[in-house]
Design a protein around this ligand. Structure first.
Ligand code: DOR
Length: 439
């Protein structure tokens, strides 16, 4: 038996549980799982004391290319991803131009291929103009599906009305993703923003803004019998509501909303400003309950970089969004070590979950014939997250100075050792993720 690479002596966490297993890789794919101590390999990677996980997929990132490369581009964003143990990303359509046409999608796929460090797919933005064509757009190579903003956030994408949402869902067959905040209520409540005081952000964009939108969305999805994915859910009430609609709706939460609460506005100001907002601890605990009860399907980072200069503007001129793709794995591993979730549930949320919801082909678990995408972690390693570690072009994280236990030490993308011990060791090999719907 001969392999290109053998990961030996690690604890594999997979759909069949957790145990000591070697993983043999050939031609970029998993070729064998088990005791490979007598096999030969071009390279043997010593994983003793480490955990080998299916590659982590972050299904919500904003990499800003084209249009805002002073904040990020596909290269820098994906570098940040693999340094943080992430092997695949689904990137968001609020770029400039918007990713709302076949041409804009093909342009992004061309920009990312062989330049991004991880594999990738792009969400296509749903608009009033392209709604009729979404059935074709969502099946193009490199498309993750359709994303709709129901409330205004960064960029100009918006479908605020029920008829517009219904038209989108009349055309989608894949699971469509939604930023769920009610635009009318956002407009009504704008006077509640206190100039210079970012702690008024969750007052403006309150619980009811999110809940009302999600309730409307669920009603329309049921009428259209359409599959939907509610991005970055932030309220205890939405978790309870979504639990009654699991036949249609899947649920994402972010590490930010699981880790922070509204006390962060005092501590780090607008660095904690995002949409939907970080809220009080009651909601954070509600999200954890939803995660423990299985209502939550995936964790995505909503990596949304803005420069420190932009963030220093007085609220509400300060833009919403924070980096997250590089800190997703360390933060969640720290939560695992604190007993808030198991490592198996982590795998369920970050690889098996995205594969199940979005139909990734040959990704999402460690199985013979699947792509050899692997995230290798040291569950005992104690590290302090620092701005200087963040590869995102904006160079900051809201967690600067935070000590965590559990750290990504290796990232393999289709068999290539891309990151090891914090260093990039293979040049960019990123390729579009394949989906069942587009095969
Ligand atoms: O805080 C956010 N920032 N939420 C979004 O929905 C968009 C994102 C961005 O692109 O900056």
């Amino acid at each position: 038996m001969n392999f290109d690479v053998i990961l030996s002596g690690g604890t594999l966490v997979n759909q069949d549980g957790e145990g000591l297993r070697d993983v043999g890789i050939r031609d970029g794919r998993i070729a064998q799982i088990g005791d490979l101590s007598r096999a030969s390999a071009g390279e043997r990677v010593d994983c003793r004391g480490l955990h080998v996980l299916p590659g982590v997929v972050d299904s919500q990132v904003h990499f800003r290319e084209p249009g805002a490369s002073q904040k990020e581009d596909l290269e820098s964003g994906s570098r940040s991803a693999v340094l943080g143990g992430v092997t695949g990303v689904f990137e968001m359509p609020n770029t400039n131009p918007l990713t709302s046409t076949a041409e804009a999608l093909a342009d992004k796929v061309a920009r990312g291929s062989g330049r991004m460090h991880c594999d990738f797919a792009f969400w296509v933005g749903g608009t009033h103009d392209n709604a009729k064509h979404l059935g074709e757009l969502e099946r193009l190579p490199g498309a993750a599906g359709i994303k709709v903003f129901m409330g205004s956030s960064t960029g100009s994408l918006l479908i605020a009305d029920d008829a517009g949402i219904a038209e989108v869902l009349a055309h989608t067959r894949r699971r469509a993703a939604f930023h769920s905040e009610d635009e009318d209520r956002l407009n009504e409540r704008k006077p509640l923003r206190v100039p210079g005081d970012v702690s008024s952000h969750p007052v403006w964009r309150d619980e009811e803004t999110a809940l009302r939108s999600t309730r409307r969305l669920l009603g329309i999805a049921r009428e259209k019998r359409a599959l939907i994915h509610v991005l970055h859910v932030t309220t205890e009430e939405e978790i309870a509501l979504l639990a009654d609609h699991k036949d249609l709706a899947s649920v994402e939460v972010t590490p930010h909303h699981l880790t922070m609460d509204s006390s962060e506005y005092q501590r780090i100001g607008a660095l904690a400003q995002m949409n939907p907002p970080v809220r009080d601890a009651r909601h954070r605990e509600g999200l954890w309950r939803g995660l423990r009860q299985g209502v939550v399907d995936v964790v995505g980072s909503d990596h949304a970089p803005h420069t420190l200069e932009e963030k220093a503007k007085p609220y509400p001129e300060s833009p919403s969004g924070m980096t997250g793709v590089q800190t997703l794995v360390p933060l969640l591993l720290d939560h695992v070590n604190a007993g808030r979730l198991t490592l198996q549930r982590f795998v369920d949320l970050t690889s098996a979950g995205p594969a199940r919801l979005f139909g990734m082909a040959a990704k999402g678990r460690v199985a013979v014939g699947y792509d050899a995408d692997l995230t290798i972690v040291d569950m005992k390693r104690r590290e302090t997250i620092r701005n200087s570690w963040i590869a995102s072009r904006v160079g900051w994280t809201p967690y600067d100075g935070k000590e965590v236990v559990g750290w990504p030490v290796g990232t393999f993308v289709r068999g290539a050792k891309v990151m090891w011990e914090g260093d990039l060791v293979t040049p960019s090999t990123g390729a579009p993720i394949r989906f069942h719907a587009a095969l």
